[in-house]
Write a protein of this length. Sequence first.
Lengths: 351, 351
Amino acid sequence: MASHGARGRSGGRPTLEEVAARAGVGRGTVSRVINGSPRVSDATRAAVEAAVAELGYVPNTAARALAANRTDAIALVVPEPETRFFAEPYFSDMLRGVGAELSDTEMQLLLIFAGSDRERQRLAQYLAAHRVDGVLLVSVHADDPLPDLLAQLEIPAVISGPRSATETLTSVDSDNYGGGRSAVEHLLSRGRRKIAHITGRLDVYGAQRRVDGYRDALRDAGRQVDELLIEPGDFTEEGGRRAMTTLLARHPDLDAVFAGSDVMAAGARQVLREAGVRIPDDVALVGYDDSAIARHMDPPLTSVRQPIEEMGRAMIDLLLTEIADRRPAMSRGLERRHAVLSTELEVRASS
Amino acid sequence: MASHGARGRSGGRPTLEEVAARAGVGRGTVSRVINGSPRVSDATRAAVEAAVAELGYVPNTAARALAANRTDAIALVVPEPETRFFAEPYFSDMLRGVGAELSDTEMQLLLIFAGSDRERQRLAQYLAAHRVDGVLLVSVHADDPLPDLLAQLEIPAVISGPRSATETLTSVDSDNYGGGRSAVEHLLSRGRRKIAHITGRLDVYGAQRRVDGYRDALRDAGRQVDELLIEPGDFTEEGGRRAMTTLLARHPDLDAVFAGSDVMAAGARQVLREAGVRIPDDVALVGYDDSAIARHMDPPLTSVRQPIEEMGRAMIDLLLTEIADRRPAMSRGLERRHAVLSTELEVRASS
DNA sequence: ATCACTGGTGGGAGCGCTCCCACAGTACCT
DNA sequence: AGGTACTGTGGGAGCGCTCCCACCAGTGAT
């Protein structure tokens, strides 16, 4: 008898059963009320809600997770060391959008860093244990095995910045192609004739798309694309400097530069300065990301802004849909969805 | 590794029971192996481990949480909007320490922001549901109800920066008193005679302690403490400017200023500049926090560094101890522990 | 009158684990 | 010989929930 139901009024947390007894209904009915099922009469619902309030009942998540086979949690996985996470406003903006969109739901967000091998090991274990219902993946490199792992474990996932044109995961992206186009179109409209492009790392799909936008904008304006005006960078300031140096040596008469990121634009600006080139008088400069750097540069940098916060929201929307879709039946016609949000050109003094 | 073998029946994840069958032992024995109990013979342990590997068994956390009444997760609660979290390196350093210390354990870290009322509401629900085994509290204001809520729910918690000398929660702090002392002693040793102090918000315990250190350092050096040399700030740049303006008007002949934060020191510096006061020639300046601001100021700012990362580690240590202590018996002599880590003065050109 | 239905409801049967008691085996005392 | 004290081990009894089937009115159609 000691081990049996001697816990009626003890200090422990109330259970569904106790709420049911208090409300004079069955366990199933309380469960329905808690989960917002419509199949409950108003009177019963009110009685149950009263009992819940009186007892201060809070559902036991572990029990629910076990019985229903879901966790009500999703993970935002950042395959980078924490340092970068804090350094780049990208993540902070993304997190804001994600948090906002999630605040209407019961879902809990986990932030997981997987920069080191050790951390990745832990993450793999974590995912294998199905401790989350879905995963948000940001900043993934082309050769990352994480997406495959997620597919194999059949965990719903949404990636920001698809890895290629044939991304298998549901993805959210900003319109890198359109962003590249708009930068170049802007420069053309300002009367620039010889526009160079410093690209990002070309194993990043988005960087490629910006190059595509650059090419097509010129082509559609009836210009010929001079491949020697396209110089690869690597998203770093140093890379921007190197590329600019090369370009300047090759084409001393260029009159505009479109850099694939603000950071690279900052590097380019230094080189231009040192060469005595005036911005924007001699050379117009346009960056990408519209980061703090752009606003604080001298002169302030025209830059392509991505709606990062909105991307965060969109990722959550897609992920929740995918989780919900998977719930009733494991099959279903899984057509992958890809959202693309448009960018905006922020025009400043540098162009 | 050989992954999926001929798994039980369905395609689902293997359970303890299946591992037990495969290894030819009972459920209890597998559980003991999984949980590292010493009461298992080497032969049996090996057999179980083999079965685990073959089946790719990963424990079901929900089931474990339900049965054992623990979650193996702790929360880092930041009662601030996310914006501040990203803006201040304090959090990033803290998180690094916490993450490092946690990486040896099975514990999962959750990051929870509770800046808005809405978010706090959710947090309260979350804690009431006991979804974490313990809580790390950073940056808590004196009148915050959160600590009481935690106490009431009997959730182990560690606070960084105790709210008062009689903090009821286990706490980790840096030696604000010693830090204040060392700043003043340094200025005295440099021959400064009239040292002003711009304090932080005095409802923050740490700020008070820095004032105490300021006072005692002067006193112990045989100086009299002039209360008019102590001017309250509020940790902001603007507050630093205001305080400096007041002080300068009151004591045009002061030759040193100890600011309770780098940010306030930056504000003070502006006022001194505008007044034509040279740093350090006319007035020596010392800040607190040793943040990026200090390193980049002109001239570089002498500042008191707090071992924030180490504080993060200490918080985890204390929290894990507290969680472990609570496990066997809910009673036990709960003596509160308070760790205080020492600071270090980083001397630069401003003093 | 019977036969569908419908909206509501109760409660059994698990989910996969930990806890703990029972008990076999061995070893070392009286 | 029996007693005592271990070390290992198996498995029953839950943990608190969700799912789902059974069931009970009522309501209208037949």
